[in-house]
Design a protein around this ligand. Structure first.
Ligand code: UDP
Ligand code: MG
Length: 322
């Protein structure tokens, strides 16, 4: 397919240190993609991998011309890697899926059919069965969605991750958002395009290890909340107020006790006051910090990723050739 022609479908795959999984992915994705009856491109976004991912991708590309390799200069994170893919994808529809085959590629055909037949802009992949995830992951995920929905008022479905198909109009809308640290699974529903969903069974990771340690999961949760809601800031106000009132009450009590001559060495009250107020202050400062950090990132207006190489257009500079 000549580069001037846009394909009907782009399949965006973020890839971070997935050397073991990529051959398996190609093996399963290719027959699905070839059987769609639509022109397509697979946009793999190499998110600054440090293993042999880049080499493996080039090797697969030699036999699979529809595979496009985009490399980011440094690890930008899952959401930023998807964003990079959305920015360069050319398809009338764009589907995003993980590289590790937890999102079965066969569902793409269903998504495309639903998108076309029901004339919707977004088709969410909803996990019908999460038995492949650990109990901790399931539990934390459920709590995560409940909290975000309550705080943000978005209509994001539980168990809808980043396996979704979007129309060109939706992708353009996402690309136009200047927001940093964006969590696409909440942003896309908030855009309000007509949508439908298909359910699928989330499989085990086909090979390799999860690139989502607890710290990154926490990061995603905090970004989800601060990206959609200032409820924590309001909570900080109330917390500060309550803590402050309690401190004042304690102060009055201490003074009265002093006047009455009932002056035991005030160890307990001192500790309670110092610890209590300190805790409230630190918490509120932390919450403030999250929002200030977001504003800081946005004011810098620095791109969240840099593309080093795109097999469609060649390297950004000659030293970036694979
Ligand atoms: N990923 C990425 N950049 C990162 C971390 C992960 O592009 O910094 C990719 C990863 O290669 C995979 C997808 O994001 O295709 C989901 O990651 P993973 O499967 O490790 O997460 P989990 O399924 O364990 O939540
Ligand atoms: Mg995974």
């Amino acid at each position: 397919m000549p580069p001037a022609l846009s394909p009907e479908l782009s399949i965006v795959v973020p890839v971070y240190n997935e050397e073991d999984v990529l051959p398996l992915l190609a093996q399963r994705l290719r027959p699905v993609a070839d059987g769609l009856g639509a022109t397509y491109e697979v946009v793999t976004v190499d998110d600054g991998s440090t293993d042999s991912t880049a080499v493996v991708l080039q090797r697969i590309r030699r036999e699979w011309p529809e595979l496009r390799v985009v490399r980011l200069r440094a690890n930008a994170g899952h959401q930023a890697a998807i964003s990079a893919g959305l920015a360069v994808a050319r398809g009338d529809y764009v589907v995003t899926l993980d590289a590790d085959l937890q999102d079965p590629p066969e569902v793409i055909a269903q998504m495309l059919a639903v998108a076309r037949d029901e004339r919707v802009d977004v088709v969410y992949g909803v996990r019908s069965d999460r038995s492949s995830d650990s109990a901790f992951k399931r539990l934390s995920a459920r709590a995560f969605y409940r909290v975000i929905r309550a705080l943000s008022g978005t209509s994001a479905q539980s168990d809808a991750g980043d396996y979704r198909m979007m129309s060109r109009a939706t992708v353009e809308a996402v690309n136009s958002l200047p927001e940093h640290n964006r969590v696409l699974r909440f942003i896309v529903p908030a855009l309000g395009f007509p949508s439908a969903s298909v359910s699928y069974r989330r499989d085990e990771r086909a090979a390799g290890r999860s690139k989502y340690p607890l710290a990154k999961m926490l990061r995603l949760s905090i970004d989800s909340v601060t990206g959609f809601s200032i409820a924590p800031l309001r909570a900080a106000t109330w917390l500060g107020l309550t803590g402050g009132l309690a401190a004042v009450a304690l102060l009055v009590y201490a003074l009265v006790a002093q006047l009455v001559g009932h002056t035991l060495p005030g160890w307990t009250s001192t500790v309670v006051a110092v610890a209590g107020v300190g805790a409230v202050q630190l918490l509120c400062l932390g919450i403030l910090g999250e929002y200030v950090g977001r504003m800081y990132a946005m004011m810098q207006a620095r791109p969240t990723y840099f593309i080093a190489y795109d097999s469609l257009t060649g390297p950004a500079t000659s030293s970036d050739a694979p």
